[in-house]
Design a protein around this ligand. Sequence first.
Ligand SMILES: [Zn+2]
Length: 307
Amino acid sequence: MHYEWQVHIVLASCLFVLGAVVGSFLNVCIYRMPLQKSILWPDSRCPNCFGRIRAIENVPIFSWLVLRAACHECRLKISARYPTIEAITGLLFVVVYFADAYFGMAHPHPDVAVYAGVLYHCVFVAVLLAVSMIDYDWTIVPLGLTNFGLLFGIMCGTLNPAMRPAPAFSTTALGGLGVGLLGAAVGAGMVWVVRIIGALVFRREAMGRGDVDILAVIGAFMGWQAAVLSFFLSAFFGLIPSLVKLVPYLLKRLQGREWNPSDREIPLGPFLSMGAVFLLLTWHWSWRVLFSQYFGLFTMLFSPLPD
Ligand SMILES: [Zn+2]
């Protein structure tokens, strides 16, 4: 966008604040959804003394610092994770803004559509962050969260079919709906194929049911190409964490020591999400320079014949 830098700073600061508030809500989701509790009711209370958390104590990041990481009634320690999630969400919103603003310069008339795109991407990263944290904690993915992402991605991509990154954009609402549905189907279908192969060949669950939903969300938001790429990038982002987890497991097996199935279970959600966020932030460069060449065959098959 052709703005003075001051405008960028103001808008980015607003998005950081918005992100911190959204992060505060994500904390509620991350804490309550795996326990099947309502995310809307009741209001937040201290888990120890059940003291109501007053509005002034509920300001993202700031309150945690002022309260010096403890409940003001009973001094129960409040985990640093809460303000960290709030700060990460705020920073992600800022990074999304600058990525969109930078690449949005190609846009001839920066307008409502560009802002709508920024918010669309902010919702996307917020859903992925909450899903990743819950998957990391519990190795489960709450359907409520992924269903919301799926509907939001398909709906916004239908209302504004130019919102998804090329080549997943469309010019008509029907086309946008098609791109979203195809993206979700390819994302989910890919994981199902891996699950079926895993069950037949290795006789164990190769990928979780939750991974189906995560890749469906990625496909709905960014198109099927991004779902396929996130799938492969997750192996890259997950390589080192997997080794850290699997080496002790293999040593246990080699030494004949006791092990349990959780020793070899690695939640894939965080790495699928990292792949998707990487693509989201770099798409205009990474698609053109790195990835589009691998999709040449599909483009040839699906594009109209040259004249
Ligand atoms: Zn308390």
